[in-house]
Design a protein around this ligand. Sequence first.
Ligand code: TZP
Ligand code: MG
Length: 223
Amino acid sequence: MPVDLSLYLVTDSTPAILKGRDLCTVVESALQGGVTVVQYRDKTNDTGLLVETARKLHQVTKKYNVPLLINDRVDVALAIGAEGVHLGQDDMNFTEAKKLLPENAIIGISTSSVEEAKKAAADGADYIGIGTMFATPTKTNTKSVIGTAGTQVILDAIKDSAIGTVSIGGINHSNVQRVLYQSQSPKKALDGVAIVSAIVAADDPKASAEQFVELIRNPPRFA
Ligand code: TZP
Ligand code: MG
């Protein structure tokens, strides 16, 4: 696995989550706290704005030697030389993206079923996002909420593949250890967790990320 997926930050530019703060400043704070990969996720259709923001974010992530992945838009990733992309089931398919991107680009795929996960693994994706773990106000058009039980079934189905895995949806400091622990199948565990609001909307994104790093590193403690 070319990328450390353990604490995967997904950005959100909506005012309610950014609370008037500058995205690059929030991301830099999260990087100081120990985020290991950043996905720029922005649903605007303004390509100029996407390229401009992605370029600024890339300047920041490069300082921390952390890969920047672009959500949905292979063209934006190519324009700024990002380390990779994250594609949903309705975005450009893996094979097309693989053809367009540099050989070493990271390609991640969103999955919410065994079929989707097996296909991503067979295609040769670097990692899959598995979700939605818990219902979340950050993304309300999610196909299915699968919880730790559904995640475990997916992990078991791809246990013979080296593909990376992250869980996404409603993950916070209170449930992250349970997510990691209870999702494990006997032969495959999650490589990390993908977080939006618990870091981006936190008053102190650095402290939030540090707290996640501690929780991820240490053995689980939950009631
Ligand atoms: N995909 C499934 S849930 C989700 C995405 C992008 C949003 C997760 O956001 P949060 O704030 O970490 O619950
Ligand atoms: Mg998408």
